[in-house]
Design a protein around this ligand. Sequence first.
Ligand code: ADP
Length: 272
Amino acid sequence: RGGQAQREITFAQPGSLTKVYAIASGKGGVGKSSVTVNLALALAGQGLKVGIVDADIYGHSIPAMLGVADMRPTQVDDLIMPVPTESGVSVISIGMLKPRRDQVVAWRGPMLDRALVQMLADVYWGDLDALVLDLPPGTGDMAISLGQHLPNAEFVVVTTPQEAAAEVAERAGTMASMMHQRVIGVVENMSYLPCPHCEAEGKEHRLEIFGSGGGARVAQTLSQRFGYDVPVLGTIPIDVALREGGDAGAPIVTTAPQSPAGAEFLKIASTI
Ligand code: ADP
């Protein structure tokens, strides 16, 4: 759009009624995208109008998790229409901005910045109650861009119980704070595996595959560091159905809302 003035990011304007949640993690593979999708659908389940921005340059797995991996946004004049999903949540992914699907996103800071602004300002989102962003793991250029363009974004930090994951998650939270954004809580994912054999016998036994305490540790460290309460919003168990739901484009919060994982997402959505 040569020479044209850049559109404004309405979500960042004072008085915007859209809650903006940024889902962050220290490293990949901890379930950040799974949390993004299930949280967004849980919010939509409350009757809210929700959009998802998949800004994870490494993963951009959100469209697949929502069953719209092959969909492309349409364009009306110079506005991009986000991809609608069955659940009513609309989505735009950084993967959808690439000319070819198998192309690697090897973009430097300024291009990432442009991509983020495009997904926020050039997409026709309509009146959203909540916008949920899936960030790349870590403390890179995208986190800085987000701090500049969406200072009002509220961060949810995802970690596993593992010490090493918690340590890098703390850094992601601290980065948000350096950008003057608020961290509203921590989600501990893959917290435990309910032992299926004990369950069959009517007993509860949790196998702590990744150890324990990571979520609480991140929450405590960030609370101390920031001087306000950063709670553990929820603990999500390891659940085969959650993984399968992600692979199949049918997130667990809609297919099994009463499962321990599904219920935990609903609980988190009602507290944030
Ligand atoms: P990230 O976005 O942090 O890289 P993903 O959400 O893509 O992580 O999750 C990585 C993989 O782990 C995916 O295959 C996902 O389905 C699976 N996964 C995430 N959380 C859970 C969980 N609680 N139980 C089982 N599998 C999970």
